[in-house]
Design a protein around this ligand. Structure first.
Ligand code: ARG
Length: 248
């Protein structure tokens, strides 16, 4: 009898585990946004944001899959249900908050302006309207340039060059096709650390904060991400990941 009871409990226990199989949520990332989110040389998702949400998933009980999406279409893909959240260095902006919800803030950045190492452009000249400036399509650097320079008539629209990714802007910068490039300062410093012959000529203090984006109706997912972020920020893992990915 004891034996069969144990057997029954074992089967039952198995069923309970089965019924509680973990939910899978898809994190949409830009495949080329180091150090926050990118695809590494082996083809695996990596980066600060990627590892943070993996940890959070394990901690609060869901599984994370990562899916690369073009940055300028990433919110539309979220709204269309192709992905479930965005943990990929996204700045919380009023415009974006009309469409999606954000978690609590987890990082702060400013915008960095770079030129080739040998260039003698300063930031005033670089943004004066006489020279071209490149950045990623759909990012806050592009929005800043639009709002502060193009709309005011300081620079012509033709002087702002938009790319699929910041790396492509850097490529054109190094080839002499554009004169400067602007992007989140953390990413700019990361590119220099990895050997790109660039120099920072100025930091624009935008004081942007990053959050993870979720669909407005996904209250439960937002609650879990917030809970996970709070626990992560208190755990040693937080500093471990900063050491691993961030430029000091
Ligand atoms: N923080 C900027 C923004 O929200 C740039 C982010 C770019 N992130 C990325 N994964 N490409 O627009």
């Amino acid at each position: 009898l004891v034996f069969s009871l144990v057997a029954v409990m074992w089967i039952f226990g198995g069923n309970i585990l089965w019924a509680q199989e973990k939910k899978v949520y898809i994190n949409g990332i830009d495949a080329d946004f180091p150090p926050f989110a990118y695809i590494d040389e082996e083809g695996n998702p990596a980066g600060y944001d990627v590892e943070c949400v993996e940890w959070i998933g394990k901690e609060v009980g869901f599984e994370v899959k990562t899916k690369p999406i073009a940055w300028d279409a990433i919110i539309d893909n979220l709204l269309a249900g192709k992905i479930d959240f965005i943990a990929s260095g996204m700045t919380i902006t009023e415009e974006r908050e009309k469409k999606v919800d954000f978690t609590i803030p987890y990082w702060e950045i400013d915008q960095g302006v770079v030129v080739c190492e040998g260039s003698d452009l300063n930031i005033i000249a670089a943004l004066s309207g006489k020279y071209t400036v490149g950045t990623q399509r759909g990012c806050t650097a592009a929005m800043w340039i639009e709002d502060h320079l193009v709309k005011e008539g300081t620079i012509g629209k033709d002087k702002l060059k938009l790319y699929e990714s910041f790396s492509l802007a850097v490529m054109d910068l190094l080839n002499g096709r554009i004169d400067s490039a602007m992007m989140d300062d953390v990413m700019v410093k990361d590119a220099i650390k990895k050997g790109k012959p660039l120099k920072v000529i100025g930091i624009i203090k935008t004081g942007e904060i990053y959050g993870y984006a979720v669909r407005k109706e996904d209250k439960e997912l937002k609650r879990m991400l917030n809970e996970g972020l709070r626990r992560l920020m208190k755990s040693p893992k937080w500093d471990e990941l900063i050491d691993k990915y961030m430029v000091k």
